[in-house]
Design a protein around this ligand. Sequence first.
Ligand code: URA
Length: 271
Amino acid sequence: MLRWQVEAGADEAILAEPVDRFAASAARRALRETSAAPALRTAPPPEPPAPKPPALAPARRPAPAAPMLPAQATGHQAAQAATTLEELRKALEQFEGCPLKHTATNLVFADGNPAARVMIVGEAPGAGEDRVGRPFVGVSGQLLDRMLGWIGLDRTKVYITNVLFWRPPGNRTPTQAEIAACLPFVERHIELVSPDILVLAGAASAKTLLARNEGITRLRGRWMLYESSGMTRPVPAMAIFHPAFLLRQPAQKREVWRDLLAIRDKLDSLD
Ligand code: URA
């Protein structure tokens, strides 16, 4: 049981006292059953299947609408001042605007070839990545490597990073504030690498970098144009299902295969 928990990423104490989540959810269920109106207890109808969008519909990434949070403004200045990837990494090491830094073991900056034509942006480091300071080194990373192999790519031909540079404790879902704090560095990262193609692995990466609210099922498989203020040209970007999702839902591999082939075709057409 302990080994299973460690593999699932539950490898550290978050609170001083244990919390009995089973008791808490039983209490919530009992409360719901006594107080909820009957209509609320019936399951909502399943979402209708997403209509398949045209394969190559381009959509320009809108400029961010919300004013910057203080951590984002400081981060923006520090990130924009970096003119090389090494300077960007150093700026992140000194950045105090993301509290995840204090619970993580290591900064997880990037892996692969900075001169590659393909840049992949995932979600957040897990336990293995936190331990070694490199993205996608665990089981998701092994599947990502196999997926790249399907289209003749490997880590010498891609550059890999995440929308978060530090592991969220216990692999919890990142908060919007944590994503916003890291975003200026992610944007600068993409500007400095200047890839031909951007691949956004998973919902957090796709929604953040495309500034869209739709789920990954709707966003994946479509070419969009990603751009930020410091870029000289927009970059074709495609969202794909995250390898961790594929490990849970292997039936979705067919969709990923289709998306990867589209990425291969795009790379060949830009040659
Ligand atoms: N999942 C991610 O999104 N990134 C990693 O680095 C590892 C797992």
